[in-house]
Design a protein around this ligand. Structure first.
Ligand code: NAP
Length: 449
């Protein structure tokens, strides 16, 4: 992996640091992309001439707003809402909403920036954006969640539209929250505009496979990386961090393809079950009862619960980080390599620190970065938009087949681009360049906007 930037890229990066002080996750995401773009500027000097890099690093629009709501005790609570409409060269802004106390502008910008290139990789007409709030849904009643979502949408609605900006879920935003958000949008606008949000329930415009898509897609990508090396996921021992939407469906598809998943986690601890995780029990705990993963340890004698444990110390052949950013550092990467890990596919966004990535690449692991490996979620969101636009509803089998083919195509494009730019097998180079070139060409075609 290249660690220094050439002169033009360095000055663009310095400008990003100067303009966005303190937004460390955003700096990290920008640097990771810029580190791979030197050969692109050499091949396409017009991108530098038209300052495409500087333009792509500056969001088209950043919205920050107050979200006042009342808790069950009648007390007034104030949160901050964000929507960063980053780039619309390829289509309406598209990207999820995150509700988590750690959310601030730097998190939303890193996610929005990544989303631009990820969405380009899907080959579907969607631009990049992201939003959310520092609201913590944990421990809140359904009524509190509803009041918060209604207040959040009361401001956000004016910026949305099926041809303008189309949010979806992310950490802390699932089917329940999207229901409340869509209900409020419909009420305020007096429009049943299905295509304005994705991840909807099946009875009100949602797509089959959307819930499963990010996790399934990550597993399809992992399988493709292994196939490119004459291997496959079947028979492999896997570890999946997190136990939310992405983690659950990564576990489901990995198991369906014949792998054995022996560990998962939440922010309090890790569950290890060498018999293979019981997914029905995890779904009951997490999707139905909304409880902590420690409950699994109480219900399954075969399992061990490690309070505050580090999941990356558990030996596995395939590691699937599916929780959050920077959850896998250099030390963790060293441990995984030492324990015989051969592949890493990122279900979460930017879960591996730059040092961790370097260690994986130096050790020759198959390393699938988030932009490519977890693009199945947003790709299926775009399929949901297609179904909404044509007032149609596809079968599970057909939708999954479309998702699977999209992941195969993304893998192929990244693999070929990496080889073309002199870095065979380097999916970071492949994903960044493939995504960036599509966006850059479109921006050039549209003039100085
Ligand atoms: P989710 O359903 O809310 O689940 C998040 C999981 O990660 C939970 O198990 C949570 O544990 C854990 N987690 C969150 N923050 C953590 C932290 N700071 N430290 C340790 N664990 C933490 O969210 P999700 O939709 O699965 O998203 C997971 C990741 O995938 C995120 O990086 C997201 O951006 C990415 N992603 C999601 C989608 C999608 O379609 N949903 C698409 C592409 C990428 P607790 O419950 O203890 O907090």
């Amino acid at each position: 992996m290249v660690t220094t930037l050439d002169e033009k890229l360095e000055s663009a990066y310095q400008e990003v640091l100067r303009r966005n002080p303190g937004e460390i996750e955003f700096h990290q995401a920008v640097r990771e992309v810029l580190e791979t773009l030197g050969p692109v500027l050499a091949k396409y000097p017009e991108f530098a001439e038209h300052k495409i890099i500087q333009r792509v690093c500056e969001p088209e629009r950043q919205i920050i707003f107050r979200v006042p709501w009342q808790d069950d005790q009648g007390r007034v609570q104030i949160n901050r809402g964000f929507r960063v409409e980053f780039n619309s060269a390829l289509g309406p802004y598209k990207g999820g909403l995150r509700f988590h106390p750690s959310v601030y502008l730097g998190i939303i910008k890193f996610l929005g920036f990544e989303q631009i290139f990820k969405n380009a990789l899907t080959g579907l007409p969607i631009g990049g954006g992201k939003g959310g709030s520092d609201f913590d849904p944990k421990g809140k009643s359904d009524s509190e969640i509803m009041r918060f979502c209604q207040s959040f949408m009361t401001e956000l609605y004016r910026h949305l539209g099926e041809y303008t900006d189309v949010p979806a879920g992310d950490i802390g935003v699932g089917g329940r929250e999207l229901g409340y958000l869509f209900g409020q949008y419909k009420r305020i606008t007096n429009r049943y505009e299905s295509g304005v949000l994705t991840g909807k329930g099946l009875s009100w415009g949602g797509s089959r496979v959307r819930t499963e898509a990010t996790g399934y897609g990550t597993i399809f990508f992992a399988d493709e990386m292994l196939k490119a090396r004459g291997d496959r996921l079947e028979g492999k021992t896997c570890v999946v961090s997190g136990s939310g939407n992405v983690a659950i469906y990564a576990i489901e598809k990995a198991t369906a393809l014949g792998a054995k998943v022996i560990a998962c986690s939440d922010s309090n601890g890790v569950i290890v079950d060498h018999d293979g995780l019981d997914l029905a029990l995890i779904k009951q705990i997490k999707e139905v009862e909304r409880r902590r993963i420690s409950v699994y340890g109480q219900e399954k004698p075969s399992a061990t619960y490690l309070e505050n444990g580090n999941i990356w110390t558990i030996p596995c052949q395939v590691a699937l980080p599916c929780a959050t950013q920077n959850e896998l550092n250099g030390k963790d990467a060293e441990m995984l390599v030492k324990n015989g890990c051969i592949a890493v596919a990122e279900g979460a966004n930017m879960p591996t620190t730059p040092e961790g990535v370097r260690i994986f690449q130096d050790a020759g692991l198959a390393y699938g970065p988030a932009k490519a490996a977890n693009a199945g979620g947003v790709a299926t969101s775009a399929l949901e938009m297609q179904q909404n636009a044509s007032r149609d509803s596809w079968s599970f089998e057909y939708t999954e087949q479309r998702l699977h083919q999209i992941m195969i195509d993304i893998h192929r494009d990244c693999h070929e681009t990496a080889a073309e730019f002199g870095a065979p097998g380097n999916y970071v180079v492949g994903a960044n360049i493939t995504g960036f070139v599509k966006v850059a060409r479109s921006m050039l075609a549209m003039g100085l906007i």
